[in-house]
Design a protein around this ligand. Structure first.
Ligand code: FES
Length: 110
């Protein structure tokens, strides 16, 4: 499991209702970090239906979800769970933190 944190962006560059992406420094996994009402959440930036980038879709701040732009699957930003068809498998959730003025996340899968 990687212990290396990947820099996502400066803290002030990710405002509530926004998302930012980066590639994990070790595993090269695509990571998307969301700011939902000031709380940060990191998911793999890949829809579990047909592996499209979730970051191409839109955030629903009321539901706390992101909608895949390709076929409309929605995922809970807070835990990655699939909320509707055509996706049924959750998106992996990653650790995220604020430190030294930046936002950091890492792919913590084995
Ligand atoms: S690829 Fe995301 S809903 Fe189909």
């Amino acid at each position: 499991m990687s212990e290396t944190w990947t820099f996502i962006c400066a803290s002030e560059e990710l405002l509530p209702g926004e998302m930012k992406t980066a590639f994990d420094e070790v595993t090269d996994a695509a990571i998307v970090v969301f700011n939902l009402d000031g709380e940060l959440y990191a998911l793999e930036d890949q829809c579990t239906h047909e592996e499209f980038e979730l970051s191409a879709g839109a955030i629903n701040p009321v539901e706390g979800s992101v909608e895949c732009i390709l076929h409309g699957a929605r995922f809970d930003i807070r835990d990655g769970s699939a909320l509707c068809a055509p996706a049924y498998t959750p998106v992996p959730k990653f650790p995220v933190k604020r430190e030294n003025g930046g936002i950091w996340a890492r792919d913590n899968r084995d």
